[in-house]
Design a protein around this ligand. Sequence first.
Ligand SMILES: Nc1ncnc2c1ncn2[C@@H]1O[C@H](COP(=O)(O)OP(=O)(O)OP(=O)(O)O)[C@@H](O)[C@H]1O
Ligand SMILES: [Mg+2]
Length: 363
Amino acid sequence: MSEIFGREKEQSILITKLLGDSSEEEKGLLIIPIVGMGGIGKTTLTQLAYNDENVKAHFEIRKWVCVSEPFDEIQIAKDIIGDCATSSNQLDYVLKCMSESIQGKRFLLVLDDVWTENRQKWELLKVPLMQSGAKGSIILVTTRKLEVANMMRATPNVINLEGLSDKYCLAIFNHMAFSDGDVDEAFGDISEKIVRKCKGLPLAAKTLGSLMQNKRRMREWNDVLNSKIWDLEKVEQEVFQHLFLSYYDLAPTIKCCLLYCATFPKDYVFDRDDLIKLWMAQDYVISKGHKEKRTTGDAVFDNLVARSFFQDFEKDFDTGTITRCKMHDIVHDFVQFLTKNECLLMDHAEGAIRESNGIKFEW
Ligand SMILES: Nc1ncnc2c1ncn2[C@@H]1O[C@H](COP(=O)(O)OP(=O)(O)OP(=O)(O)O)[C@@H](O)[C@H]1O
Ligand SMILES: [Mg+2]
C-alpha cells in the first residue's frame, strides 16, 4: 500500500466498531456499509482497518472479496472459501461449502465495491453467512450507493465517508509531485490552489500530483491551474475533471492505448505482456526509428503507471518490473465514458443492458 495521509479519526471509529463491545456481539452478524463517492478513499480506509493488528487478532477468519458488477454470488462464495474452493457452479452446493468453511468461526468479510440493489441475490449469500458464522462476525461493505446499504437493511450502521481535508490532500499531492518529500516551495501557492480544486477527493490529489511529477516550469503549473477543463459542469465531468487533465496531457498514441482498456471489465487484472501485445495488434504502438515496437509498448505502459491510471501492482521479484496491475474504478468509468460513442460492450450478465450512442440494447 502506498502512504496513507489522515483518516485517523475514521480509522479509529471503524476499528472500535469492528472490535465491538459485548452488546454488539449479542447481535450476531453485523453489516457495516462504508458509503462515499468514487475515489474518496473507502477501500483505503477499509484496508487500514482490515490490516490492523488488533482486528487481525480479534477474528478467526478474515476475507477480502472484490465484488463490483455484476454481483455474482457463486463467485463471491468461492472467493470466501478461498484456495480450496469447489469447481462446481451449483449455487446450493457452493453455498454449502462456504457455510462449512466458516462454521462456528468469528469472521470479518469485506465486500469491496458493491453495486447491486437486488435483495434476492443478497439474501442468498447473507443467510448462510448469518447462520454459520459465530456471533460477533462482521461484513464490511464498501459502496458508492446508499441504496445498497438500504437494500441490506444496514442503514443505521452506515459510515459516510467525507472528503479529506485540504491539508491531507496537499500531503498526497506533494508526495506524488516531488520525490523523496523534497517539496519545492516555489510551487507552494499554486499547489495549494490546485489542491483546493480536488474538493477532498484523494484520487484527484494523487492524479494531479503525478501529473506534475515531471513538470518544473512555473508556466506548466499555471497552465494546469488555469485550465478551462475545470469549468466543465456536467455531473459525470465533475467526477472526471481531474482525469481529463491527465488524459489531455497524454500523447495521442498513449490515449488510444488507455481507451482500449475500456473494453475490459471492472477489477480486471491486466497482464503487462498481454496488454502490450494487444496494443501492438491494434497498431496503437508505433515504433520510432530503430526502436522495437515492444520497447515503445513498455514505455506506454510505464507512462500510464506513472500517471496513476493503473494501480495494485504485482512486481517481478528479481527485477522489480510491474508485471500485473488493475485500473482504478473511476479511471475505468472515465475511459468507458470517453468511448461510449465508439465502443459497444456486450455483457453476458443476465438481462444486461448497455447504452451506446443513445441506443439501448437489451438481451
Ligand atoms: N488517505 C489517503 N491517503 C493517501 N492516498 C489515498 C487516501 N485515500 C485514498 N487514497 C488514494 O486515492 C485513490 C482512491 O482511493 P480508494 O480506492 O480507497 O477510493 P474508493 O472510495 O474505494 O473509490 P471507488 O468507489 O472507486 O472504489 C487510491 O489510489 C488511494 O490510494
Ligand atoms: Mg473502492
